[in-house]
Design a binder for this molecule. Sequence first.
Ligand code: SAM
Length: 331
Amino acid sequence: LFEKCKGQHILKNPALVDSIVDKAGLKPTDTVLEIGPGTGNLTKRLLEAGVKAVIAIELDPRMVLELNRRFQGTPLSSRLKVIQGDVLKCDLPYFDICVANIPYQISSPLTFKLLSHRPIFRCAVIMFQHEFAMRLVAKAGDSLYCRLSVNVQLLSRLSHLIKVGRNNFRPPPKVDSSVVRIEPRKPLPPVSFKEWDGLVRLCFNRKNKTLGSIFKQKKVLALLEKNYKTMQSLQLTSDAETGDEKMSVDDVALLAHMVDELNMETGDEKDDDEMEMDDADMVGEGRAFFKEKIMGILQQGDFAEKRASKLSQVDFLYLLSLFNNAGIHFS
Ligand code: SAM
């Protein structure tokens, strides 16, 4: 059970370990972060590739012991530092590159933790569960395209490197895997992540509905109107903080808080009924006017008949800018 909950599936195929290390494009000056080194098959190859240092974070004290024993007294040991701990709970050290065969249950929080780390790393080459990997790299129109794809792709460029069958591991896991490259975008797109995620979350809540029907929902209109009024009153008292926000490190760090939700995301759509609320608080001409304003913005960008499942990064950025320019905010 211990092994199972830690996702301890050891890579057994040396050719595969070699090709993961090859794809990382390591330089002699690189400090490499490895997460979950286990018994050290990947660690050994990383050290042999001649990098400056490997810092390995491993949760299981027995593995840490075994790892230290494996390299003790060898010339490789002076460039290896093993930290015992939970990678999600500890402060990450400086690193240039992350190379890891991770336990799959931490995929989403780990990805966002890496992307919010500063200074930002050059690239990460990580083994994920195949389906998670396909969601990461999915493009508009692909069946696995979801909030995870859009949010990770806002912060990084992704590429699928190698599909890995379950028999490359001991014990074999129940699912196939894929190695993915993550290259953080430099600079980050000039948007507030809170705004971005607010919009994307609304749109993907019912990703196959048209934006016209999503933004007609009373609950959505009520939320946007509330934000609109808050913004207006803020603008009256102070101009600070209401201007164009750029994505800050703190913003990116916020990502860590949404990851549990993303983990649970199944791609299932919510029931229409669940999204509706009664009309009681949605009366009056003010509301009708506000709804017209929102519909006007959607039409302006030709978005009313479009669906989130088909919208690209650029589409979402454009839509967000149309809303924000009209004083409509999502956070
Ligand atoms: N890298 C090794 C390999 O390729 O053979 C082992 C990979 S195994 C899939 C995952 C490793 O991550 C296990 O050694 C496990 O103990 C460790 N682990 C699990 N959860 C962790 C966490 N939260 N932080 C750090 N290591 C963790």
